[in-house]
Design a protein around this ligand. Structure first.
Ligand code: ADP
Ligand code: MG
Length: 471
């Protein structure tokens, strides 16, 4: 057997940002996998040099919103390097505005949305529009759990909110009464996991921690189909989509991104998929049956978080007929055999793209229209790269906390005592805790003994803390 030369892989890491992949997700890759870490603040040239020196062909990893524009520049200076996911695919990771522009371009259904960089025009719109509306902060560190998502029932409320919050741009969306929202995760455009997040009775936010429920059963066909369409439009190797399932039964995209909280076994599948694709299909293609999530979802999530490298055999009539061959599912308008759905929802080999679809010269509205009016309102301009701890940065100085202060903050949170604070501080260095709260609070769930409700209380406190600090 002739041995083909494999591309040289590297993990793209950033200081303080939790890692989506590591070597354990790429079990079986025969060559050494490099890693390159971005240190923020004027680190662009050094980063580029290191990638060149290590002769990396493929850089794998998610880029947080605050580094997105810098990495578009880096990618341009490394034309021979394939980024996975590509910067174009990660366009939606940057902001809610970008998700919206992506959906507009591909005619993907979303709630009707208005985006204003011109505050006068925005306020004029508030005068004449119908209510209720949803107002969101488009860009910024963690939007965890809808903390920067507001429902306003009248013009008065909307104006009050914008006077107070000064969100820029003004991002205003029709309020969609919904049954639930559904998260779908895809690999090579194939759904591999999906679950409902239902709002608690009488509430509009589908925030599971506030008493909403989460389940894996009978995700509608229309939702999976929209998720696939969206993944294809983004040309995504891997992808997650939050889809609103309206009271009118219509589906609309709320969020989509390559960065999402995923069980380790899902990240293993992505690794396996990428190894298959990057080895020109000489390594094994993972077979991930449709609706596996309905069965895996029955396992307690604390155990699911520890299960690794789940493998499934392919359907074969002689062996598996007893299970797969007989199991039928109501799906859309028909009843179908489960294994037949695997033909319908294929796993595609996503290849390298050869042109830039979303060049920043055109699409980075945020930096081009950092409005004067905003400056006069004494709101800091959104910087292209906002390192939370960059020295000289006013806001970040305020969140440079000592070990003792962090400890005090942690133990002030309901559900965190001495013991849990110690576990957290052991698991993450104290500087990293703030970064995690800023960028990726969901990653705290990976720490033993930290539940979703603790993370929620933590985020509530954290956001209160930031608001206080910014006054
Ligand atoms: N247009 C909308 N109409 C009704 N509910 C919405 C709307 N947009 C968001 N929501 C609710 O708010 C939640 C958070 O909004 P989302 O856009 O996902 O922001 P984030 O997750 O960043 O906080 C959603 O999961 C959904 O329950
Ligand atoms: Mg969301």
């Amino acid at each position: 057997m002739s041995k083909k030369k494999l591309p040289k892989l590297g993990f793209l890491y950033l200081d303080y940002v939790l890692r989506f992949f590591d070597h354990s997700n790429f079990k079986g890759w025969p060559d050494k996998i490099e890693s390159v870490t971005y240190h923020w603040k004027n680190d662009k040239n050094r980063f580029i040099k290191e990638v060149k020196k290590k002769k990396i062909d493929v850089l794998i990893g998610n880029i947080p919103a605050t580094a997105y524009e810098t990495f578009r520049e880096i990618a341009r200076e490394l034309p021979g390097v394939r980024f996975i996911p590509s910067l174009d695919t990660q366009f939606s990771n940057k902001s809610k505005e970008n998700v919206t522009r992506f959906a507009w371009k591909y005619h993907l259904p979303i709630p009707r949305t208005h985006i204003f960089y011109d505050r006068d025009k925005g306020y004029k719109f508030l005068e004449k529009t119908k209510y209720p509306k949803i107002i969101k902060r488009s860009y910024g560190p963690s939007n965890y759990g809808g903390y920067f998502v507001h429902k306003v029932d009248s013009k008065k409320e909307a104006v009050k909110l914008f006077n107070k919050k000064k969100y820029h741009p003004m991002y205003i969306q029709d309020f969609i009464p919904m049954q639930a929202d559904i998260r779908v995760m895809l690999i090579g455009h194939k759904p591999v996991c999906a679950f409902w997040r239902r709002p608690p009775k009488g509430e509009w936010l589908t925030n599971t921690s506030q008493g909403g429920s989460m389940d894996y059963q009978n995700v509608p066909k229309s939702v999976l189909d929209l998720a696939v369409k969206t993944s294809k439009a983004a040309k995504a190797e891997y992808w997650a989509c939050d889809i609103a399932y309206g009271k009118d039964s219509k589906v609309r995209i709320l969020e989509c991104a390559t960065a999402f909280a995923a069980f380790p076994y899902v990240r293993d599948w992505i690794g396996e998929y990428l190894m298959w694709s990057l080895s020109d299909k000489t390594l094994r293609k993972p077979h991930i049956p449709m609706f596996n999530w309905e069965e895996l979802g029955k396992i307690d999530s604390s155990l699911l978080r520890t299960i690794r490298h789940i493998n499934f055999g392919k359907y074969s009539p002689s062996f598996d007929g007893a299970y797969f061959g007989k199991k039928k599912k109501t799906f859309g308008k028909e009843k179908v055999y489960l294994h037949k759905l695997d033909k319908k929802y294929q796993m595609f080999d996503v290849r390298k793209k050869l042109f830039e679809e979303w060049p920043s010269e055109t699409w980075n509205f945020q930096d081009r229209f950092a409005l004067k009016s905003i400056k006069s309102m004494k709101v800091k301009n959104l910087k292209r790269e906002k390192t939370p701890f960059a020295s000289g940065d006013e806001a970040s100085k305020k969140i440079q906390l000592t070990h003792k202060e962090i400890h005090k903050f942690l133990t002030s949170v309901k559900g965190i005592g001495e013991k849990k604070a110690k576990v957290i501080l052991n698991d993450l260095k104290h500087s990293k805790i703030v970064q995690t709260l800023q960028f990726e609070p969901e990653a705290l769930l990976e720490i033993k003994g930290i539940s979703k409700s603790i993370v929620d209380s933590l985020m509530k406190k954290w956001n209160e803390f930031l608001e206080k600090g910014n006054k």
